[in-house]
Design a binder for this molecule. Structure first.
Ligand code: SF4
Length: 726
């Protein structure tokens, strides 16, 4: 038997990430390794932890343990006293959140079924918040509060590090030294620690892996990853343990503390495909240590980095991610907020796919543009991506996709949309984009027709001076135009916002809020979130803060994690007070209320009046003329149907049908022959027409030629109501 068949690789996502759908790192790696003949398996230890913890049996242990320890707060005493209600409902609630028993929604949504803890305090706001969402969403929200109550109870009584979607994150955020984490890893194990190890060890015994890859996308996965790694090293020291993922690639690139390597053998940076492939070949003695790619390991007591920075796996060699190796029926939907756009992140089993490697812009000053996952741009083939979508649907049975690129390229989205429409695929999807002019009304209509339901994008600090300073490459006019194109195509828009960028004045932050208010007022964005700016070592502003009006206050390299750069910029703004006010205002705007409330009333302290006109955004909303016929591209039918009624030869008509509406256009009698050919051809070609060929027909057969064609009533109506030019 060859070594390839004897090596067994287990790829693990440690607790905890989001609970509604698998994180895509291990499915991508596993798909790739399987395509190279390796024997891989995957474990989402996070969803298995939740699956095991939120059961009648385990919850009884939690209550018993908490009771033995004694509780100090009124809310914990109340939960202990009501434990029977929790124990008799927990299995059903989890089953409901998995989507298995939706008939329970009415009972959950009706008060009296679920025991109610602290999280239910604001439940009176539900009518107001969930007015537009149905009974199922309301029930999901209440069930989410119920799980959050239990999770809060666990955190307060038996494990201070437990949260629903992260574990021990507070131990791992900004970790210059390994000391505190190691102290915790060497300390007494908590109930949750033991449960994680119990689940993992059972799987380990079944799979008997020879290599375990731990993927750490966020700080909230690091502690559990090392807990598992320690168990492996203690019980099976011969097994190779690898650590990779977004956190490793961002924060551990310059680690020099060797202690981490008593838990793991190798750190892998960036995508992981080439690094893990080379490492497995090294284990098989097919290549020497010198061939390892972007890998760190311990050599003569010191952390050694392999280099070979330029080697990568080409996009064409990447395989379809393998979601089928994960327990898909166990994922649970959570609804924390009523906003239909925001709930996409936690509700529904979205298949996560990547459209391109890196960002096609890769210039924003605050972004980690020096790292491979942003700076190396390579779009994948649209045809192959749609193939992958079909393969993933076959694996998961789910037709919803989240394209997780930091900024999906508009040209590629167009090709993908065309391919989805041509294949007649019914899918829904959402993506992150840059709000740029390339997102025309036609492209957005095409995307909507292909199943796009939402986009999110960075508006950052909504100020033209700061957008220029941070090299965002878009201005407010451009962002407004793009948001308008999305909204008019019924695609929901989420804006990522930022405050506290170097040199940003209080006035600019207030003006930025006013821009956001106007965007909501015009219904151009449906949700938004403010992040406090964090300067990172891998961003242009982190590399050269002085060019942005800031001075670094931290210096030198930390022995363990390196990411955030501390700085001062002389603005002395109270960012905590500002952040509170910005969030309060935006929360209200998301519910369509208080849009006329003076901006200063959202803040605890005095702030300046906004200095921009109240019509700024409305002024940018100019409907572009779109009647012209470009030289190339495709004409795509978007209407439900067309009908020519030529029975009355003096008044021939065209009907354009869209859902319950229709548009009626009288055709100029001299154009009748042309439009007959036009619609016959469009039908024969399943609603697609290459524009160069259409142009030929127009030049040869339309009475009056191209100018008469683009000004004809029928063409104008078609462009408005039923045809996109893409
Ligand atoms: S912030 Fe977004 S658009 Fe800007 S460089 Fe980063 S990924 Fe690209």
């Amino acid at each position: 038997m060859s070594e390839i068949t004897t090596m067994r690789i287990l790829l693990v996502t440690p607790p905890l990430t989001q609970l509604n759908t698998p994180y895509p790192a291990t499915p991508y790696l596993s798909g790739f390794l399987c395509s190279r003949g390796y024997n891989t398996a995957q474990q989402d230890l996070g969803i298995e932890l939740i699956d095991s913890l939120f059961t009648k049996e385990k919850l009884a242990e939690v209550f018993s343990l908490a009771g033995d320890k004694g509780v100090s707060t009124h809310s914990d005493s109340k939960m202990l006293a009501c434990q029977d209600r929790y124990l008799s409902t927990v299995d059903q609630v989890v089953n409901f959140l998995r989507g298995n028993d939706l008939s329970l929604a009415t009972l959950i949504a009706r008060s009296g079924f679920l025991p109610e803890g602290e999280r239910f305090k604001h439940v009176a706001d539900l009518e107001y918040s969930f007015g537009d969402l149905g009974v199922t969403d309301r029930a999901k929200h209440l069930a989410t509060l119920y799980l959050e109550d239990i999770s809060d109870f666990i955190r307060r009584t038996i494990d201070p590090h437990f949260e629903l979607i992260r574990y021990a994150e507070s131990l791992c955020v900004s970790l210059p030294s390994f000391d505190t984490l190691e102290e915790r890893l060497c300390g007494e194990q908590s109930f949750i620690d033991e449960l994680i190890l119990d689940i993992f060890s059972k799987r380990f015994i079944l799979d008997k892996p020879t290599v375990v890859g731990l993927s750490v996308p966020f700080p909230g996965n690091l502690y559990a990853a090392l807990l598992v790694a320690k168990w492996i090293k203690t019980n099976h020291p011969e097994v190779k343990v690898l650590l990779g993922g977004g956190y490793v690639s961002t924060e551990l690139r310059s680690i020099f503390d060797p202690r981490l390597f008593s838990y793991i053998d190798y750190l892998l940076f960036d995508d992981g495909e080439i690094s893990i492939l080379r490492l497995l070949e090294h284990f098989e003695e097919k290549c020497g240590e010198g061939k390892l790619v972007r890998t760190a390991f311990l050599k003569e007591g010191k952390v050694f980095f392999s280099g070979n920075e330029e080697e990568n796996i080409a996009g064409s060699e990447r395989a379809t991610p393998l979601f089928s190796q994960l327990p898909l029926s166990k994922y649970i939907s959570l609804v924390e907020v009523a906003n239909p756009m925001l709930k996409l992140w936690s509700d529904g089993r979205w298949n996560k796919l990547i459209l391109a490697h890196g960002c096609y812009w890769a210039k924003c000053a605050f972004c980690d543009v020096t790292l491979d996952y942003i700076k190396r741009y390579e779009p994948y083939d649209a045809f192959r991506i749609v193939d992958m979508m079909e393969e993933v649907i076959a694996q998961t049975g789910q037709t919803g996709f989240h394209f997780v690129d930091e900024a999906a390229p508009p040209a590629l989205l167009k090709r993908i949309s065309l391919e989805i429409i041509k294949r007649g695929l019914t899918v829904s999807w959402w993506a992150n984009v840059r709000f740029e002019y390339s997102f025309t009304r036609d492209l957005c209509l095409l995307m909507a027709r292909a199943g796009c339901i939402a986009v999110s994008g960075g508006l950052e600090v909504a100020s033209d001076r700061l957008l220029t300073l941070m090299h965002k490459g878009v201005d407010l006019k451009q962002a407004t135009t793009a948001a308008s194109a999305f909204s008019s195509a019924n695609i929901m828009v989420h804006a990522y916002l930022m405050y506290g960028f170097p040199s940003e004045t209080l006035q600019e932050t207030i003006d930025s809020l006013e821009v956001v208010r106007q965007l909501f007022e015009q219904n151009l964005v449906q949700s938004a979130f403010w992040h406090r700016f964090a300067m990172t070592v891998h961003s242009p502003v982190g590399c050269h803060p002085e060019q942005y009006g800031a001075k670094r206050t931290s210096c030198g390299s930390n022995p363990f994690a390196n990411n955030e750069v501390y700085f001062k910029d002389g603005t002395n703004t109270d960012l905590v007070m500002l952040g509170e006010g910005l969030r309060k205002a935006t929360y209200n705007y998301m519910h369509g209320v208080a849009l006329d409330k003076p901006l200063n009333t959202w803040f605890e302290e005095k702030v300046p009046r906004c200095s921009i006109p109240s019509t700024l955004i409305a002024g940018y909303l100019i409907t572009p003329k779109n009647d012209h016929l470009p030289n190339r591209g495709w004409l795509v039918s978007l209407a439900d149907g067309f009908q020519l009624k030529l029975t009355d030869s003096r008044k021939p008509k065209l009907y354009i049908f869209n859902q319950s509406k229709h548009v009626e256009v009288v055709i100029n009698t001299v154009e009748v022959d042309f439009w007959e050919i036009f619609f016959d051809t469009l039908k024969d070609q399943d609603g697609f027409w290459e524009i160069s060929k259409l142009r030929e027909l127009v030049l040869n057969q339309f009475p009056g030629g191209e100018e008469a064609f683009i000004t004809s009533k029928v063409w104008k109506s078609l462009r408005k109501n039923g045809l996109a030019v893409s």
